[in-house]
Design a protein around this ligand. Structure first.
Ligand code: SF4
Length: 584
């Protein structure tokens, strides 16, 4: 019996997988997470047609886990195997997710056991969710920045500040301070650049008597400094959608405050960073993949939706020694047939949460050890052997892997296994491994943290020196256990990403948000400080997912009175130091 079958054999338990989609990204970049468009793209449950028929599900269903319950509109999808459902990452999916990170800092965002039933109840609204999570207020004061026609200008070689691909060939056309064209960017990038002026936070706010009141920047910074200095154990979190330089100041602030500083890799590739610390890595850069790779494997990731330019840049591209797609084999390993899988020469569908078994079988096949079981992780033995042979006979193979590997089953042990696999493949041929990074500078956040603190994330300064105790000092665990007493969020939206229990605890502590747009975390904020967009209004450095640093250009000035993250953090550090009697 499968682990997810109902004990009475009625097959009423389903496996929930969450993930990114293109529409989710476009809706939040063009209209924010408070919009109907975001609701329509994220509050959705995809299920197999036969499962829907068997359950009598028509247009909506109720999903219940051990942690919560939501009602969602249903989209029937033949891409999903029976017994599995998919909900895009966001507050609805998070409501169903448990706080336990198994000591890795990473919540389990895939392979969650849930019950699904037909219902006539109305879909759960964002407001209902936020109220249940303890939001301090639901008011948002979105403003559109005034854009005026003026000098026409073209800025070339702009780096896209959305995902870890950091496409650096964008041509941005301006009419005054309005961005009118983005040439070279994918649909998500176009949406981000052309809507940069919409739905902005343009004033600082402080929450007084439950309501957000506009104040001047000095007052907001004073209030933020008071909160941080008063806290015994504050957490500084986010930092993956800002520049390297802002990360440096955030770490300095955490050290001054004897607090913790963590970045969003804690709920994406944190397990990868842990595995690399244990067994090293065999990395490569995009250039090597473009020019040499004749075998490209996507494992537990869906770049066709999450990194839309990636396939054109790496797989389709004509390299020096590999003449484009026709000389390149593509393999996709995943639990559902994603749009990326449709491009593959070989698609391998795994049973959820069983990657480690599959990795182990591949390692055995590569060493010519006998695999006795007819199937491994739901995959026929013959397919395991076929893939092993493709890997060994490749001239240069690369694996791009995503959260489908880091978040499921054995979590960081999966990554240890994949790294070992790649290390062993290098005895036969040349092979490399690269994590698909989500936020544009999450790789940079790890780099800076490593240089300064010796740890890639989750660094604690409570004892006046840096230490990382994963499962303890990781933001997810600290928030879920209620161990921190203040939260400073920089360019991130933990309320949209963290499990329910962590968000409930965010509602109980003072929260400072530094961001360019209204996020869901602003509903929990006591202080909101507007910031310029890095890569559009502020320059700075960022690291591409393959570890190559790039300079992010500024293409327009930030709004009047709005500072870049670096300057906000510098001012905050000065105010905190003054209150603590420390010189600068
Ligand atoms: S793939 Fe990523 S970095 Fe490249 S243009 Fe699209 S969103 Fe931007």
């Amino acid at each position: 019996m499968s682990a997810f079958q109902h004990p009475l054999g009625t097959n009423r338990f389903f496996v929930l997988n969450t993930g990114r989609t293109t529409m989710q990204a476009i809706s939040m970049e063009s209209e924010t997470k408070w919009s109907t468009r975001y609701f329509n793209s994220v509050a959705i449950l995809e299920m197999n047609p036969e499962d829907a028929k068997e359950l009598g599900v028509k247009d909506r269903a109720k999903v219940t886990s051990d942690y919560g319950s939501v009602v969602l509109p249903v989209k029937i999808s033949k891409r999903l195997p029976r017994g599995e459902i998919f909900i895009p990452m966001g507050p609805w999916a998070n409501f169903l997710i448990g706080p336990d990170t198994d000591g890795t800092g990473m919540p389990t965002l895939k392979g969650i056991k849930v019950r699904v039933e037909a219902t006539t109840e109305q879909p759960t609204t964002l407001e209902q969710l936020l109220k249940q999570l303890g939001a301090k207020g639901l008011e948002v004061y979105m403003e559109d920045l005034e854009v005026k026609p003026g000098e026409k200008k073209v800025v070339e070689n702009v780096v896209c500040s959305f995902c870890g691909d950091l496409c650096d060939h964008l041509k941005i056309e301006l009419d005054g301070n309005r961005i009118i064209r983005n040439v070279g960017g994918c649909a998500i990038s176009v949406s981000k650049f052309l809507n940069y002026h919409r739905h902005r936070v343009l004033k600082p706010y402080i929450r007084k008597n439950g309501r957000l009141i506009p104040v001047d920047l000095e007052e907001a910074l004073d209030k933020a400094a008071d909160i941080l200095v008063k806290a015994k154990y504050p957490l500084i979190f986010g930092l993956s959608s800002t520049c390297v330089e802002a990360n440096e100041y955030a770490i300095e602030l955490a050290e001054i405050l004897n607090g913790v500083v963590d970045n969003t890799s804690v709920f994406c590739h944190g397990p990868t960073a842990l595995a690399v610390q244990e067994v090293g890595a065999v990395r490569y850069t995009f250039a090597v993949a473009i020019h040499l790779a004749d075998l490209v494997i996507f494992w537990g990731c869906n770049p066709a939706e999450a990194h839309p330019n990636h396939i054109a840049r790496i797989v389709m591209r004509k390299g020096k020694y590999v003449k484009g797609r026709k000389e390149r084999k593509v393999v996709v390993i995943d639990v559902r047939k994603t749009p990326t899988a449709e491009l593959a020469d070989l698609y391998i569908q795994l049973e959820p949460g069983r990657d480690l078994e599959f990795i182990t079988a591949l390692r055995m096949a590569i060493r010519d050890l006998e695999i006795e079981a007819p199937k491994v992780a739901g995959v026929p033995r013959e397919k395991v052997l076929e893939l092993a042979e493709m890997m060994k006979s490749a001239r240069y193979g690369v694996i791009f892997f995503g959260l489908g590997v880091t978040m499921t089953g054995a979590k960081y042990r999966n990554i240890v296994g994949v790294i070992r696999l790649v290390q062993e493949l290098n005895e036969w041929t040349k092979f490399g491994l690269l994590p698909m990074r989500g936020h544009f500078n999450v790789a940079g956040a790890n780099e800076v943290s490593l240089w300064i603190t010796c740890y890639p994330f989750a660094t604690d300064y409570a004892r006046k020196f840096s230490r990382m105790a994963i499962g303890v000092t990781s933001a997810t665990d600290l928030l879920a256990s209620g161990d921190v007493d203040a939260l400073l969020v920089i360019a991130s939206d933990p309320v949209a990403h963290f499990p329910r229990k962590a968000v409930e605890n965010i509602s109980k502590i003072p929260v400072i948000v530094v961001d360019a747009k209204w996020s869901l975390t602003t509903a929990f904020a006591d202080v909101i400080i507007p910031a310029g967009f890095v890569g559009i209004e502020c320059s700075g450095s960022a690291y591409r997912m393959d570890g190559v640093p790039l300079r992010m250009k500024k293409v327009v000035d930030p709004p009047s009175g709005v500072l870049c993250d670096v300057d906000i953090l510098k001012k905050l550090i000065d105010k905190v130091k003054a209150r603590m009697g420390l010189g600068r």
